[in-house]
Write a new protein. Sequence first.
Length: 282
Amino acid sequence: MIIKDFLPGPLVSEFVQCYRIVHFEFETSEQIPFKAYPPKPETCLYFNLQDSLFVEFGNSGEKKKLPQTVLIGQQTSVNYRYFRKSFLNFQVVFKPTGLFRLTGIPSLEFTNQIIDAELIFPKSIRFVYEELQNAISYVEMLPVADRFVTGLVCHARRELHLLDSVSNLMMHRGGTVSMDWLANESCLCAKQFNRKFNERAGVNPKTFARIIRFTKAFNTRNANPGMNWLRIALECEYFDYQHLVKDYKDLTGITPNELHLLESNSPECRLGMSSQLYRSRV
């Protein structure tokens, strides 16, 4: 079993943040836990290689079975994912504006959407799925993904813009950089920066920065369960604990303690994989 991020090959690293492999195995008699997925600053292509994955948005009570390959746009609210006994998932995690550059489709069209990937990418994606499914090891999956993305890069629809580098900088700075400074670095006025960022990343820059900072707090808490909330808030550059609580409530609909209570019963926690996973993400 594994949850691990792998660096992409050099030919695709301009567009892809990482490849992620998630593999869970549960006993037939076990009650299989669900996972509350809060927003993250990422857009992903999922290859569901074993069993089915079901998603529920908010508290709708309606579980949707996902296709074998899906594109998951930038999310701004929590969703709940339900697994089966054996779950193997390979993910291509794009850089903030990578999907827009590859497809030319405004990322706003993918925001809070989970779309059958065959509607977006070439039909050859079925063969990529089969190659991944037939790989005899995790490591063998990586060049399959590299070849697929390299093909997309060769036909990329949009050129590199200064804004693309700025969006990556936001990720490294924890989302705390001045919006005016970012616009200036992009050689755009504030209005143009906001419009183009929406188009390329799927959300406005302030929302994206907010999600980045929230994700840092979420990962920090999971990596350090004993750390108090005020210290987490200050380390993640919130003004105070109440500002952190507001982000949790706005982005997930529940309080920090309620979300992390759900997280304590997630598949990775049940399988003893959580601490190491989140330490690698802080």
